[in-house]
Write a protein that binds this ligand. Structure first.
Ligand code: ADP
Ligand code: ADP
Length: 227
């Protein structure tokens, strides 16, 4: 079955009376367990597509199904619920809250999804350990290196145990050794059956994935699966 199915997706922005067609009819399916990278030059529509896949924005037209459910037609509260429970999102800039500790940052999605109940703290401590931050749980983000901050963000993306993980240039701000550690963590998430989609401009990242879609001018230029 498909984790994601999109058909003839269009996204237009109207800026000062001009219409910018950021996505011009994008279609593809992502089977459960796939590990997909999305590449393409600046302005080709990658961020726009990721915002739609992450339920952060809505398409102008076309269909988008997440786990067989039509997301494009969901009411706002349902969309927020889907985002909170089905999706983990990892950003280039980590997006951690500076006033919270590592374990509190990991707990945030549970807070937003109303699941901050019994056992939550312990589960988030387990996640901190899983990403190698068992001895940093009470640190604040400013006390951590970039790679450690991205580990927190990955642990946070797992708080609700989502089946589907999106990452936007997850290694864009990291040096090469740290990049390798983070990619290894992402590989593991896919190996345990989660569907991963990574937007990247780095060949080194794309080569680890099972399949690469290249966007150009808001359309799919190529869609290749690795042997
Ligand atoms: P990429 O991530 O590949 O650089 P984007 O999705 O950011 O591409 O941009 C695709 C096109 O849509 C570009 O022409 C960009 O300027 C435009 N665009 C993106 N977001 C907006 C927005 N919020 N408002 C207006 N135009 C936008
Ligand atoms: P990236 O390097 O990730 O592609 P961009 O610089 O394209 O980032 O976009 C950063 C943010 O600005 C995104 O949220 C995108 O939607 C928005 N954006 C991009 N182009 C425009 C635009 N022409 N007008 C308004 N917002 C835009």
């Amino acid at each position: 079955s498909d984790a994601v199915s999109i058909h003839d997706l269009q996204k237009h922005y109207v800026v000062g009376g001009e219409t910018v067609k950021a996505l011009r009819g994008v279609s593809f399916d992502v089977p459960v367990g796939d590990y997909l990278s999305i590449m393409g030059p600046s302005g080709s529509g990658k961020s726009t597509l990721l915002n739609l896949l992450g339920c952060l924005d809505r398409p102008t037209s076309g269909s988008f199904e997440l786990g067989g459910v039509d997301v494009a037609r969901m009411a706002d509260d349902q969309l927020a619920e889907t985002r909170a429970t089905s999706l983990g999102i990892v950003f280039q800039s980590f997006n951690l809250l500076p006033s919270l500790t590592v374990v509190e940052n990991i707990e945030l999605p549970l807070y937003y999804s109303g699941r901050l109940g019994r056992g939550a703290r312990e589960r988030c401590e387990q996640l901190a350990k899983r990403v190698g931050l068992g001895n940093r749980m009470d640190h604040r983000p400013t006390q951590l290196s970039g790679g450690q901050q991205q580990r927190v963000a990955i642990a946070r993306s797992l708080a609700n145990d989502p089946r589907f993980i999106l990452a936007d240039e997850p290694t864009g701000n990291l040096d090469s050794q740290t990049t390798d550690d983070i990619l290894h963590l992402l590989d593991e998430l896919n190996q345990e059956g989660r569907t991963l989609i990574i937007v990247t401009h780095e060949d080194e990242v794309a080569e680890r994935t099972k399949r690469t879609i290249v966007l150009r001018d808001g359309q799919v230029q190529s869609d290749k699966r690795r042997a």
